[in-house]
Design a protein around this ligand. Structure first.
Ligand SMILES: *Cc1c(COP(=O)(O)O)cnc(C)c1O
Length: 627
């Protein structure tokens, strides 16, 4: 949104906004000074600062509030900020309100010189064509649509990304986000103006505590990873309160999500890896040995349940007991809560703290890394160590800039839980488990399922092993991932947590028909691989290795591949033609791209050339006409 804001306005539009803001601010400064209010000197852009003692600040803020304005009151004064929605008429109303209580400040006398305007930048900026092309709403709309057409999203088909829980983000859940009552409230609006948000947050905290079996919840963390960080800070603070500041070792199984060790290091902990056994579970003997070896320093174990291997770890209670016996706390990574809601509760099988990803289990959209919410739920002994409000002293302090983190999207999860109800949430977990097991059973004859739980079942996702196919015909996970686009599917999670495998998570949102379609595509791809195994297809020039197929390639006058255009573009057959997704580019070498960054801005040489041209222009054209 911020990017499109700049694209739409371009440098001249942004400069016009800035100029208007500067003149509004100058008018405000002049008005405040005419009232003999003290204004902090120096350059400013959109904010005016009035250094006032607290009692006088209070009078001023109250007078503004009575006229419908929230001013920023801090220990050392009052701040007034303007933006492009501010108007001269508003300034006049504000100044009139403040004039009513201007009297006492005349005594402060020698008010410093007025704040001067911040100079605007002189050098040309935002020169790229994208900042000059889309000035009408129609043009911008089409540009956005063209970009979104390059994305394979949930509007095309199932996104079976394991560990990401790409479920439906229902329209009814999303609707409140755009209501002004939610979208136009400042995160630091006075509490009495935010009663609705407080109710929403209180409901959610209560519901999430019920769902997880914990005593309390903080909604502040903006992502699962930030929840991990906040949860580990709580654990550290608790250890400190017990006189155990030296407990700084964090045990993490090798199957953990990469955010776990990263968060542990951020929280000042030292990571010790714990092995997994053949069945994908935590190696209990290794856990016992590591916990014993580090018993004096043990701070915590981070464990994911069900594990990232897609199975319910049967020894979870024993694991928690083992860590507690050595004085450590158990951090449960709850990213896989979609397998548990309404069925089991982390608080009941021994964890001390866990995070939830509202942008996975509780329906907040998270394609493209948009804003997330990673609340933490804690047992009662950790309640005093939940993240505090920004600016508040003591405790572990805040982990986000706003008291409720990404507050405006909490409404999505509130709607989800409220509309589903307890029975609906439990059914969602059951259907998610059922769908994953359906895929595991259907696909097992074609792609072996790597890990299964004690009862022979998987959890809400499963890992399909492609390594045998790599050995038999050179098929790589990337080949399957790219070919799925031709069948109209997003790739599953590739090579994580086990290299050479894919992890598939259907969620409860997919219909049986869509699951059937996915299985059919996977089986068809397996048959394409069989042609490679049999030697009847070229090992490099075949539909798998050359997937995905673009419109340009398929419609080119020249076609020199040993398979047909129909096979390339419509492998699922006549009646599935509409499913074909047309990617913007064909196969790219991901690893090469990751290591060889290309800057798409104009090169320094080009920029230097442009500046030179402008200098030359300035010599022949009168300066006033050069911008
Ligand atoms: C997604 C995920 C995380 C990280 O959550 P973010 O919200 O992406 O920071 C951590 N652990 C597991 C198992 C996950 O799937």
């Amino acid at each position: 949104m911020a990017g499109f804001y700049a694209v739409h306005h371009g440098p001249d539009g942004l400069e016009a906004i800035a100029r208007r803001l500067l003149s509004l601010r100058a008018a405000l400064v002049a008005g405040l000074e005419a009232l003999a209010l003290p204004v902090l000197s120096g350059q400013g852009f959109d904010t005016v600062w009035l250094p006032l003692p607290p009692d006088q600040a209070e009078v001023l803020v109250a007078a503004a509030l009575a006229a419908g304005f929230n001013l920023h009151q801090a220990e050392d004064g009052v701040g007034i900020s303007l933006d492009e929605l501010s108007s001269a008429e508003e300034l006049e109303r504000l100044l009139r309100a403040l004039a009513g209580c201007a009297g006492p400040w005349h005594e402060l006398g020698n008010s410093p010189p007025a704040g001067r305007a911040m100079p605007l930048r002189q050098q040309p900026w935002l020169r790229q064509s994208v900042f000059h092309r889309y000035r009408s709403e129609t043009e911008l709309l089409r540009y956005i649509q063209r970009l979104s057409a390059k994305d394979l999203s949930l509007v095309h088909g199932m996104i079976p990304l394991g560990s990401c829980t790409m479920k439906l983000n229902a329209a009814a859940e999303l609707a409140p986000v755009s209501w002004p009552a939610f979208s136009q409230l400042h995160p630091f609006a006075p509490a009495e103006q935010a009663a609705g948000y407080q109710l929403l947050a209180a409901d959610l905290e209560r519901w999430l505590a019920l769902i997880t079996g914990f005593a309390g919840v903080s909604l502040q963390p903006n992502a699962g990873s930030q929840g991990e960080y906040a949860g580990l800070l709580a654990i550290r603070a608790w250890h400190r309160s017990q006189g155990d500041a030296h407990r700084t070792v964090c045990l993490i199984p090798t199957s953990a999500h990469g955010t776990n060790p990263a968060s542990a290091v951020m929280a000042g902990l030292q990571v010790v890896a714990v092995a997994c056994d053949e069945a994908g579970n935590i190696d209990l003997a290794d856990l016992e040995a590591k916990a014993a070896a580090h018993a004096e320093q043990l701070a915590a174990l981070m464990v994911t349940y069900p594990s990232t291997h897609g199975v319910f770890e049967p020894a979870i209670r024993r694991i928690c007991e083992l860590v507690h016996a050595r004085g450590g706390q158990v951090y449960l990574d709850g990213a896989n809560l979609n397998a548990q809601v309404g069925l089991c509760k982390p608080g009941l099988y021994g964890a001390d703290v866990c995070h939830l990803n509202l942008h996975k289990t509780f329906c907040i959209p998270h394609g493209g890394g948009g804003p997330g919410v990673g609340p933490i739920a804690v047992a009662s002994h950790l309640l005093p160590f939940l993240p505090g409000a920004p600016g508040q002293a003591g405790g572990v302090g805040p982990v986000a800039a706003a008291p409720l983190g990404s507050a405006s999207i909490l409404a999505i999860s509130w709607m989800y839980i409220r509309m589903m109800g307890g029975a609906g949430l439990r059914q969602a977990s059951q259907v998610a488990l059922l769908a994953a097991n359906l895929l595991a059973e259907r696909l097992e004859p074609h792609f072996p399922v790597l890990y299964r739980g004690a009862g022979g079942r998987v959890a809400h996702e499963c890992i399909l092993d492609l390594r045998p196919l790599k050995r038999s015909c050179g098929l790589e996970v990337d080949d399957l991932a790219k070919r799925l686009m031709d069948y109209g599917f997003h790739a599953p999670t590739v090579s994580w947590p086990v290299a050479g495998t894919v992890m598939v998570e259907p969620t409860e949102s997919e219909s049986l028909a869509e699951l059937d379609r996915f299985c059919a595509a996977m089986v068809a791809i397996r048959q394409e691989a069989a042609a490679l195994e049999a030697g009847s297809a070229d090992p490099l020039n075949n539909p798998l290795k050359r997937a995905p197929h673009t419109l340009a390639a398929v419609t080119a006058d020249h076609w020199d591949r040993p398979y047909t255009r129909q096979q390339a573009a419509f492998p699922a057959g006549e009646d599935q033609r509409q499913a074909k997704f047309w990617p913007a580019v064909a196969r790219i070498d991901n690893a090469y791209g990751d290591r060889n960054l290309v800057c798409t801005c104009p090169s320094m040489e080009e920029l230097a050339g442009q500046e030179l041209a402008e200098q030359e222009l300035a010599q022949v054209v009168p300066a006033a006409t050069v911008h």
